[in-house]
Design a protein around this ligand. Structure first.
Ligand SMILES: Nc1ncnc2c1ncn2[C@@H]1O[C@H](COP(=O)(O)OP(=O)(O)OP(=O)(O)O)[C@@H](O)[C@H]1O
Ligand SMILES: [Mg+2]
Length: 385
């Protein structure tokens, strides 16, 4: 144990209250840590597992400082924590990853600018701050394109597809004429992600690549390992290493990549935290992304990220509840499937409520099993009998 490490028994502060914080808190508790969480809501997925749940606005900087003082290290579980809150926490305590990384990842223009300066390829884009930027940019980027707000987007919120006939000025208006990025639509071969960790001593660790399928811009199914050529996998990991080092990062970072049909590997975006595509690491890797986050921010050696076997994860959105309570017993009867639920009480459509993981002989086999399990959850609905 190095002198700088934060030992078991210490307290970790998690800014944010969602499922990422919940699974992180589970990993932290398993290693004997205490967890505090601060979020604006009560009885959050993280708060249900934490020792102490503080309900406060992230803009209440006095509460954020008080929170940071009471813990040994502060981390966050989603990137839209206001920069001022991260700065306030940094004034009084250790924040990992650093607030600079958070500020870059939470703003698409800063993020793309940073990636460009370190020589990482991104989709062609223009910055949109005025209507003139938009019209001139639309001319340069062409169509189809995607218009995305620079800040506060997630799960496809805050973005609009720009087709041949889209009124782009109206599209921007519907996004509140906020600062935005207009980027070329990429003809996708597939989407992959790399989850890497960097420790206090600069040591690095990477999970196998994840292959991600989205539905309505929300992650639907992840398969690991991703079926990509070794050269592409190597390139994606090299990029992740460059970003981790460029940000002097401590903790888990996920990079979402586009692999275009014409063979280009482009960075879509950075997530400065554990990521939905890494949920299967809980069941399928020697060290989960959540334990890895804990090890990194506490200054311990990183864990072995090895995949125990090919695996797949399917998200459970609120839609699964459309006709009533899902048939949990049907999925739980499958020996190769694990169920995770986040303790959320209101299953709204599109809301991430839980996920299923399956292990299989091959990634495709695991994928088929996890989809079969998800199917079983709703198959016995009276409406379909
Ligand atoms: N330029 C693009 N070309 C093709 N597809 C795109 C493009 N931009 C976004 N998409 C599709 O929309 C999905 C969501 O986009 P993006 O990751 O930018 O949004 P987000 O709202 O930040 O989502 P999240 O934070 O949940 O990952 C992508 O994973 C991809 O499937
Ligand atoms: Mg994304």
């Amino acid at each position: 144990m190095s002198a700088a490490s934060i030992p078991p028994g210490s307290t970790i502060g998690v800014l944010g209250g969602g499922q990422l914080g919940r699974m992180f808190a589970m990993a932290a508790r398993r290693l004997g840590y205490r967890v505090h969480t601060l979020a604006p809501e009560h009885d959050t997925p993280t708060g249900q597992i934490a020792d102490i749940e503080i309900v406060a606005s992230y803009d209440d900087l006095d509460r954020v400082r008080e929170f940071a003082r009471a813990v040994d290290v502060v981390t966050f579980e989603f990137e839209n924590v206001p920069a001022a809150a991260a700065a306030a926490a940094t004034e009084v305590g250790i924040v990992r990853p650093n607030r600079h990384a958070l500020e870059i990842a939470q703003h698409r223009l800063r993020e793309k600018g940073f990636l460009r300066t370190i020589g990482v390829p991104v989709a062609p884009y223009v910055e949109v701050r005025t209507e003139a930027d938009l019209l001139d940019g639309a001319h340069r980027i062409g169509r189809p394109a995607v218009l995305k707000t620079a800040a506060l987007g997630y799960d496809g919120k805050g973005q609009i597809a720009v087709h041949q006939d889209t009124d782009i000025v109206a599209a921007w208006r519907s996004l509140g004429r906020r600062e935005a990025v207009l980027e070329a639509f990429i003809d996708l071969e597939r989407e992959i992600s790399v989850i890497g960790a960097r420790g206090v001593d600069g040591d690095l660790s990477f999970f196998d690549l994840f292959d991600n399928t989205h539905r309505h811009h929300i992650l639907d199914v992840t398969v690991c390992p991703a079926p990509v050529p070794t050269a592409i996998a190597g390139e994606a990991i090299d990029i992740t290493r460059t970003v981790l080092e460029g940000l002097d990062y401590i903790g888990i970072l996920c990079i979402e990549f586009f692999l275009s049909r014409d063979g280009r590997l482009l960075v879509n975006e950075l997530a400065p935290r554990p990521h939905n595509s890494g949920h299967l690491t809980f069941d399928a890797c020697r060290t989960s992304q959540f334990e890895q986050q804990l090890r990194a921010i506490c200054g311990f050696p990183l864990g072995a990220p090895d995949l125990i076997g090919p695996a797949a994860m399917a998200n459970l959105l609120g839609d699964v509840w459309a006709d009533g309570e899902p048939d949990w017993a049907a999925a739980l009867a499958l020996r190769d499937v694990k169920l995770h639920l986040y303790g959320k009480t209101t299953p709204r459509p599109g809301r991430k409520m839980g996920h299923l993981t399956a292990l299989g002989q091959t990634a495709q086999h695991a994928r088929a099993r996890v989809l079969a399990a998800r199917d079983l959850l709703t198959r016995t609905r009276p409406a379909e009998l």
